[in-house]
Design a protein around this ligand. Structure first.
Ligand code: SF4
Length: 342
C-alpha cells in the first residue's frame, strides 16, 4: 500500500504565517522533524537538493511549499465544471503521462494555499453571479488534492463549505486511497467524489507513487458508504496488448466491491490517452525508461489550441474503445451515466 504523502522538505512563505492554517502547518511539520526553510515567494524555491535535473525533479515532487494564493480569479474548467477552485498545485505522484509535467515546467513542487477563507469568498462571488443556477467547482485541475489533504484538511473544509451552500457544488478526482478523514465531512450530497481508475497494467507500469487499484476501489467503496455521490474517470484509456481484458476486470472488480445503492447515481468520464510533441520530450526526460508508447506514426493528429496539436488514437481504435468500455458500463452499471468520451 502506498503510504500517505510526507514531504521531505517544506518551504514556508512568511505571509503564510499570517493565517491560522499556515501556523498550524509550520507547527505540524516541525513536530514531524521535517526540514523547514523560509522563502519570500515560491519563485525563490531554488537550489533544491540534487545533482542533476533528474534528481532535482524527484526532490521537487517531495517538496511542499506552504503559501498564499494571490490570484483569486478562477480559471474555467469545462466540461466537468464551471470553475477550477485553487487549493493546491503540483502532485507527489509519478504518472508518466501526467499533464502537470508540461504545465508546471521547471517548478514541479507541491504548493498548498493557506488563505482558504479568501478562496471561499471568491467562490461565493462566482456563485452569486450565476444564482439561482448552480455553479460547479473542480478542485483537482492542478493537483491531486486528496493526496495532500490528510496534512492540510483544506479539502475537508471545502466539502463542508459547499455542503452548506445553496448554489454550489464541488467535485474532484484522485488516484489516492487516503480518504478516511473525509468520510465524516458534512457533504450533504453536494460533492461528487471521483476516483481515477484504470486497468491494473496501466496503474502498475505508468502510475508509480499513486495508490494501487485494489486500494482505490476499497476507498471508493468507503466513500460510497459515506453517502457521497461517486464517479469514476477512466483515464488515460491506453491500448496495450490485452487492454480489453484488463478493462473488463476493472469493471468487474468495481461491480463486485461497490454497494448496490452507490451504482444508481454513478458517473463515468472516459478519456483516451493523448500526447503532444512537447509533452513527449518532457516525459522522455523525466521517465527515460517508460513503457508509455508515444509513436506519432501510430496515432491520429488532432489540431489543438495555440497551435499545439495532440496525438490521439486512430478513428477505428476510438470506436473500439467507446464500444468496449461503453459495453462494460452497460453490462456492469446499467443505471450509471456516461458523461463524455474524449
Ligand atoms: Fe499527475 Fe494525477 Fe498522477 Fe498526480 S496523480 S502525477 S496529478 S496524473
Amino acid at each position: 500500500m502506498v503510504k500517505p504523502f510526507v514531504p521531505e522538505l517544506v518551504y514556508i512563505e512568511p505571509r503564510a504565517l499570517d493565517y491560522p492554517l499556515g501556523r498550524e502547518l509550520r507547527d505540524k511539520f516541525e513536530g514531524m522533524g521535517i526540514e523547514i526553510r523560509q522563502t519570500t515567494s515560491h519563485n525563490q524555491v531554488r537550489n533544491l537538493p540534487g545533482e542533476n535535473d533528474f534528481q532535482k525533479y524527484r526532490m521537487a515532487k517531495s517538496t511542499l511549499v506552504v503559501g498564499v494564493r494571490k490570484t483569486l480569479k478562477f480559471d474555467t474548467s469545462k466540461p466537468s465544471a464551471e470553475y477550477a477552485i485553487p487549493f493546491a498545485t503540483g502532485c507527489m505522484g509519478h504518472c508518466h503521462y501526467c499533464y502537470l509535467q508540461t504545465t508546471m515546467g521547471s517548478k514541479p513542487y507541491i504548493r498548498t494555499y493557506v488563505n482558504v477563507e479568501e478562496v471561499f469568498d471568491a467562490a461565493d462571488q462566482y456563485m452569486k453571479e450565476r444564482a439561482p443556477e448552480e455553479t460547479r467547482f473542480e478542485a483537482s485541475c492542478t493537483s491531486d488534492i486528496v493526496g495532500i489533504d490528510h496534512l492540510t484538511h483544506t479539502l475537508k473544509h471545502a466539502i463542508e463549505y459547499f455542503g452548506k451552500s445553496e448554489h454550489g457544488r464541488l467535485r474532484f478526482v484522485t488516484k489516492f486511497a487516503h480518504v478516511d478523514h473525509l468520510l465524516d465531512a458534512e457533504h450533504n450530497g453536494r460533492t461528487r467524489f471521483r476516483f481515477s481508475m484504470n486497468a491494473d497494467y496501466v496503474i502498475k507500469y505508468l502510475e508509480p507513487g499513486t495508490s494501487r487499484l485494489d486500494d482505490r476501489i476499497e476507498a471508493a467503496a468507503k466513500v460510497a458508504k459515506a453517502g457521497y455521490p461517486l464517479g469514476f474517470i477512466i483515464a488515460p484509456i491506453y491500448l496495450y496488448d490485452d487492454w480489453k481484458e484488463g478493462y473488463r476486470v476493472l469493471f468487474e472488480k468495481l461491480h463486485d466491491k461497490l454497494p448496490d445503492y452507490a451504482t444508481k447515481d454513478l458517473t463515468f468520464e472516459l478519456i483516451q490517452h493523448r500526447f503532444t510533441k512537447p509533452a513527449k520530450r518532457v516525459i522522455q526526460k523525466n521517465y527515460p525508461m517508460t513503457k508509455l508508447e508515444m509513436d506519432e506514426e501510430k496515432r491520429k493528429y488532432k489540431w489543438g489550441r495555440y497551435g499545439i496539436g495532440k496525438y490521439v488514437y486512430q478513428t477505428n481504435e476510438q470506436e473500439d474503445i467507446q464500444q468496449t468500455l461503453g459495453g462494460y458500463i452497460e453490462q456492469y452499471f446499467p443505471e450509471a451515466t456516461l458523461e463524455y468520451f474524449t
